[in-house]
Design a binder for this molecule. Structure first.
Ligand code: SF4
Ligand code: SF4
Length: 98
């Protein structure tokens, strides 16, 4: 259900004006959603060769290119582990949340 206060803030009056996916800014139409994650990907930047395969395959689009390495947005990463599987050099390891 859409919170009336959020609709007012974005001046959205119709359901058809809402984004189809998670493309809205955090804190406006969507909230941080990684509170339930129990493992997270950690990138060893010494091993990373900057191939950006993880960036291409992340289903949530939370990996960004940063210089020749990657950055992971932990606010939205769901901990699926696809990035670990796709990394050919083993630079990403899933670790327990602390
Ligand atoms: S797939 Fe691995 S080597 Fe390639 S950018 Fe991602 S972490 Fe780096
Ligand atoms: S664990 Fe899943 S959601 Fe998180 S960065 Fe890797 S591929 Fe993306």
């Amino acid at each position: 259900m859409i919170k009336p206060s959020l609709v007012k803030k974005e001046k959205i009056t119709k359901l058809s004006e809402l984004p189809a996916g998670g493309s809205a800014k955090a804190g406006v139409l969507i909230d941080k959603n990684a509170g339930w994650r129990n493992i997270r990907p950690v990138c060893d930047k010494e091993k990373c060769i900057g191939c950006f395969q993880c960036y291409m395959y992340c289903p949530d689009g939370v990996i960004s290119k940063a210089e020749k390495k990657i950055e992971i947005d932990y606010d939205f990463c769901k901990g699926c582990g696809i990035c670990e599987k796709i990394c050919k050099v083993g630079a990403i390891k899933m670790e327990d949340e602390r």
